[in-house]
Design a protein around this ligand. Structure first.
Ligand code: T3D
Length: 264
C-alpha cells in the first residue's frame, strides 16, 4: 500500500490507517494537493482489505485551519469559480468519506476552523483533545459554511444552535463540543491519537461488512422516511446474513467462545 503523499502522512498498523494532515506550519490549511490526496487516501483505504478502519488527525498544533487563504483565488473580480473549486475538492472529499464502508475516527486536535471544522464533522466518530476549538470561521470572511457544514451542524446540534454557530463564528471549546454533540469524547491532548487508534483498532476487529452497512444505512436514514429506512435495513440484512463474520458470530455464541472476525 503506497504511503507517498506530500500533504499527508499515512501509517498503517493493526488494520488501522492513520492519516495525519501534514502542513503544520500553516495549521494544516487545505490546499488543492491536500484535497486530492485525501480523496486518494480514502480510495486507498477502501480498496485495501487489510485496512478496516481509519483515523484522521492533524500534525502539529492544529487539526486544520480550513481553506489555505494564501492559495485562495476568490478575491472579488478575479473570475475564480468557487463553486467549481468546492465541487471538485471539498464535496468530492466529503462524499468519499461518507461512501467509505469502513469507520473513520476523527482525532481532533487544536484548532478546527472553517472547512477544517467541517472536515472534522465529516468523520464518523470524533474524539477531541481537551484543548480543541471548533470555529465556523466562514462568516469572519463573509462566507457561509461549506464542506457539508450546513448539513452536519443542524443534524448534530439542532437548527437554532447551528445557526448561532454559523452566524457568530465563535470558538467552541472541547467541553462545549462534547455537551452539544459535536464530538463523542474528550481526552487529554497527549492521549488523543492513541485513544483514537485504540477505538479504530477495536472497530477494525469487528465484522467489517456489517460495520459498513450500519454506516450506510444510518446516514441514508437521516434523509429518508421510516418506511424507506425499514425496507433498506431488510435489504442490507439479507446481505449481512451471508457473511463469514455473521456465521462466526453465531458459532462463537453457540460454542461459548470469543468470535474472531475476518472482515468479510
Ligand atoms: O475556495 C474555497 O473553496 C472557499 C472555501 C472556503 C472554506 C474555508 O475554510 S473558509 C475559512 C478559512 N479559514 C479561516 O478563515 C481561518 C484562518 N485562520 C485563523 O483564523 C487562525 O489562524 C486560527 C484561529 C485558525 C488560529 O489562530 P492562531 O492564533 O492559533 O494561529 P495563527 O498565528 O493565526 O496561525 C499560524 C500560522 O498559520 C500563520 O502563519 P505565519 O504567520 O506563522 O506564517 C497563519 O497565517 C497560518 N494560517 C492559519 N490559518 C491559515 C493559515 N494560512 C493559510 N490559510 C489559513 N486558513
Amino acid at each position: 500500500m503506497g504511503t507517498d503523499y506530500e500533504a499527508l502522512n499515512l501509517t498503517i498498523d493493526d488494520g488501522v490507517a492513520t492519516v495525519e494532515l501534514n502542513r503544520p506550519q500553516k495549521l494544516n490549511a487545505v490546499n488543492n494537493t491536500m484535497t486530492k490526496e485525501l480523496v486518494a487516501v480514502v480510495r486507498q483505504v477502501a480498496r485495501d482489505k487489510d485496512v478496516r478502519a481509519m483515523v484522521l488527525t492533524g500534525g502539529g498544533r492544529a487539526f486544520c485551519a480550513g481553506q489555505d487563504l494564501t492559495e485562495f483565488g476568490g478575491l472579488p473580480g478575479s473570475g475564480f469559480r468557487v463553486d467549481d473549486h468546492i465541487r471538485s475538492g471539498y464535496n468530492k472529499l466529503v462524499l468519499s468519506m461518507r461512501a467509505l464502508e469502513k469507520p473513520i475516527v476523527g482525532a481532533i486536535n487544536g484548532v478546527a476552523a472553517g472547512a477544517g471544522a467541517n472536515l472534522a464533522l465529516a468523520t464518523d466518530i470524533r474524539i477531541a483533545a481537551d484543548d480543541t476549538k471548533f470555529i465556523q470561521a466562514f462568516i469572519r470572511i463573509g462566507l457561509l459554511p461549506d464542506t457539508g457544514g450546513t448539513w452536519f451542524l443542524p443534524q448534530l446540534v439542532g437548527l437554532p444552535r447551528a445557526l448561532e454557530l454559523a452566524w457568530t463564528g465563535r470558538d467552541v471549546g472541547a467541553e462545549e463540543a462534547l455537551r452539544i454533540g459535536l464530538v463523542n469524547q474528550v481526552v487529554p491532548a497527549a492521549e488523543l491519537v492513541a485513544t483514537a487508534q485504540e477505538q479504530a483498532k477495536q472497530l477494525a476487529a469487528m465484522p467489517t461488512v456489517a460495520i459498513g452497512m450500519i454506516k450506510r444505512a444510518m446516514y441514508r436514514a437521516s434523509s429518508t422516511t421510516l418506511d424507506d429506512a425499514l425496507e433498506y435495513e431488510a435489504q442490507l440484512q439479507q446481505s449481512a446474513i451471508n457473511t463469514d463474520d455473521h456465521r462466526e458470530g453465531v458459532m462463537a455464541f453457540l460454542e461459548k467462545r470469543t468470535p474472531e472476525f475476518v472482515g468479510r
